[in-house]
Structures are given as structure tokens and as C-alpha cells.
Design a binder for this molecule. Structure first.
Ligand code: PMV
Length: 347
């Protein structure tokens, strides 16, 4: 291996789950399979510089928008320790991680998926540089997805573009619990250009961290039913993704969002993550769907922000509705227009 120093830079997008991952066991193994749209506009860019480590210096430093962030160090330390068995070179170098997000900091959009995915791609490229072994694109993405999963589970779905499945499901070839796999292009073209407008109802820290949230599924009274429903919803959704049946898509996607929140409403301790503005948006989306015939639907993450999904051919009308009727439920009227994207990029 080379003893040199170097620098690499990768960009990775966020993703939004259609069938949700909620509940895991060690080492970051999901208790049900999930599927997500890879996003495009919401991205993290990470530059990773390395040089031989001398014992006096810190193992790594993290910067966000040029500012040193000691607050991020425990999460990165844990990540590095977890992946060191798969990246033994990590111990021998000093790392400088410089990262920036395309979306506003503390907007309530988790940067952990895009952040861990970008860092994982950067590490796989460094591994190639140090070992002199050339990986092909699939090998590189597979390893990066595997590493990203150990940082933040859903991050393994942010490497590839389009629709990505994580977790064993007998109808998805190659699906497994260790990394995300891209659904092949046999799904209906309408989903390749789908939009996701993220309504920033509540910007700021999450009420429940996802680590605590996943933990709540252990001993949860509805855990087994939930995991079973997720598997069934994924089966139904796979058929819909091929057929392009939007009414059925909406039924499944909204049910999944509400299931996720239902799990938090019925855990011990329990959490109400929606804000009044969230509920008002969900209600208005359903009314609009009835009155307009357009295929606007919602999904939710583990927070108050609503993700509004709709096909490209309805985008002009839907955006007008969002701007005129929904934006005022958002903090400072803020929302982010995103769409399905193509995954990681070198920068
Ligand atoms: O990747 P984590 O551990 O932050 O979990 C995220 C889980 C959800 O975003 C709520 C759902 C999902 O599948 O992305």
C-alpha cells in the first residue's frame, strides 16, 4: 500500500422512503425491507483528505461549510470504528472531512443519509488509491452502500439512483440486508421523473433521534404486525411500480407514512411528531386530490415535514397549488422542490 496522502470528493443525494425502515438489530440490520426514491437537489458534498497519521495528531477533523464541528465527532468515531474491519487502512491515516449540504442546515431534513453515503463513496475511492486495486462501478457502489449502512441505515439507499430496495424481499433479485440494490429499469417511466416537494413545517432538531426510534420497536406491541405489513406493502408497491397504477401507489405510500407515525404514537414512551401544520397539509392534499383529479400524495419521515409526491405531467398545476395553498403552513413559507435523481457523483 502507498504511504502517501491525497484527496477525493464525492456528492451524494438524500432519499425518501416509500416503504419505511423502522426497527433494526445489530449490526444495523433492518427488521423489514424498505424502498426509496433517490432524490436529486438535496445533496451532501464531501471532500476527504488523508495523510499518514502521526500519533500526536487527532484521528480526523470534521468541517461543515468550512467550520470545525467537534459536535459531529462522536458519530464519525463510531462509524470509523464500525467500518474499520472492512477498511483497515483507516487506522493509519489522518482524515480531514470537509462537508457541505445543498439544503439549509437544521432545515429538518436529515443529512445523515446523504452525508454517510458521500463519506462512504470517498472512503472506497481512497481504498482504491491506497491499494492500487481498481474496482468497477458496481463493486464500488456495493461496498459504499455496505459501509454507508453502518453509518446510518437508510444511507445505503442513497448511493444508487432511481428506486432502491434495502432488506431481503423474495421478489427483488439480489435484495439483502447488507446494502441497497437498485430496482432495474422495468418500472413504469412515470416514476423516473417523479417529484418530491418537501414542506418545511418545522425546522430544527428532531424530537426523536432515529437511534431512539428504532429502539422503540423492541418490545413494541405492534412490532410483528408492522414488519409483516411493510413486507406486504412492498410486494404490492412492486407491482404498482411496474404497472404505473397511481391510485394504488398513493394508497400504499400514504398508508406507510401513517404506519410509521402510528408506531411512534403507540410506543412507550410515545411521540407526536406531526405539528398542526403537518395535519393541515395532509388534509389539504387529500381534498385537492378529490377536487382536481391530480395524483398528489404525501409521505412523512420521522418528523413534522411533509414530502409531497406527484408525477411530472401534473407538476405545473400542483406547484401552483403548493405555492398558493400550502406554503403558509411551513416555517417562513419554506419548501424545497426535489425530484428523483441518479445517485452519487464525483465532484
Ligand atoms: O437511517 P436512519 O437510522 O436514520 O433511519 C431512518 C428511518 C426513516 O427515515 C424514518 C425511514 C426510512 O426508511 O428512511
Amino acid at each position: 500500500p502507498s504511504n502517501g496522502s491525497g484527496q477525493v470528493c464525492w456528492e451524494a443525494p438524500s432519499n425518501i422512503a416509500l416503504v419505511k425502515y423502522w426497527g433494526k438489530r445489530e449490526p444495523q440490520i433492518p427488521l423489514n425491507p424498505s424502498v426509496s426514491f433517490t432524490l436529486d437537489t438535496c445533496r451532501t458534498k464531501t471532500s476527504l483528505s488523508y495523510s499518514p497519521r502521526n500519533n500526536a495528531s487527532a484521528w480526523f477533523e470534521v468541517y461543515l461549510d468550512g467550520e470545525r464541528k467537534p459536535g459531529f465527532e462522536p458519530k464519525i468515531t463510531k462509524f470509523f470504528e464500525r467500518i474499520s474491519a472492512y477498511c483497515p487502512f483507516l487506522w493509519d491515516y489522518h482524515w480531514r472531512i470537509e462537508t457541505s449540504n445543498s439544503f439549509p442546515h437544521s432545515s429538518g431534513i436529515a443529512s445523515s443519509a446523504s452525508g454517510m453515503a458521500a463519506l462512504a463513496m470517498a472512503l472506497v475511492e481512497v481504498e482504491q488509491q491506497l491499494s492500487g486495486v481498481k474496482f468497477d462501478e458496481i463493486q464500488m457502489k456495493t461496498k459504499a452502500s455496505f459501509l454507508a449502512r453502518l453509518g446510518s441505515g437508510s444511507a445505503c439507499r442513497s448511493i444508487d439512483g432511481g428506486l432502491v430496495v434495502w432488506g431481503v424481499h423474495d421478489e427483488v433479485d439480489g435484495s439483502n440486508d447488507l446494502f441497497g440494490v437498485r430496482l432495474n429499469d422495468s418500472f413504469a417511466p412515470i416514476f423516473k421523473t417523479y417529484h418530491d416537494t418537501i414542506m418545511l413545517v418545522h425546522q430544527g432538531q428532531k424530537v426523536v433521534s432515529s437511534t431512539v426510534g428504532h429502539g422503540l420497536m423492541h418490545g413494541h406491541p405492534y412490532a410483528e404486525q408492522r414488519f409483516e405489513r411493510a413486507r406486504a406493502n412492498l410486494s404490492s408497491l412492486l407491482a404498482v411500480l411496474r404497472s404505473g397504477d397511481l391510485d394504488e401507489f398513493i394508497r400504499i405510500v400514504e398508508a406507510e407514512a401513517l404506519d410509521l407515525h402510528a408506531m411512534m404514537l403507540t410506543s412507550d414512551p410515545n411521540f407526536i411528531l406531526m405539528k398542526p401544520g403537518t395535519l393541515q397539509i395532509l388534509e389539504a392534499v387529500r381534498e385537492y386530490r378529490k377536487s382536481s383529479g391530480n395524483h398528489l400524495c404525501f409521505t412523512l419521515d420521522a418528523g413534522a415535514n411533509a414530502h409531497l409526491l406527484y408525477p411530472d405531467n401534473e407538476a405545473i398545476e400542483v406547484l401552483e397549488f403548493i405555492k398558493n395553498k400550502l406554503a403558509h403552513y411551513c416555517e417562513n413559507g419554506a419548501y424545497i422542490c426535489d425530484q428523483v435523481g441518479s445517485g452519487v457523483k464525483k465532484c
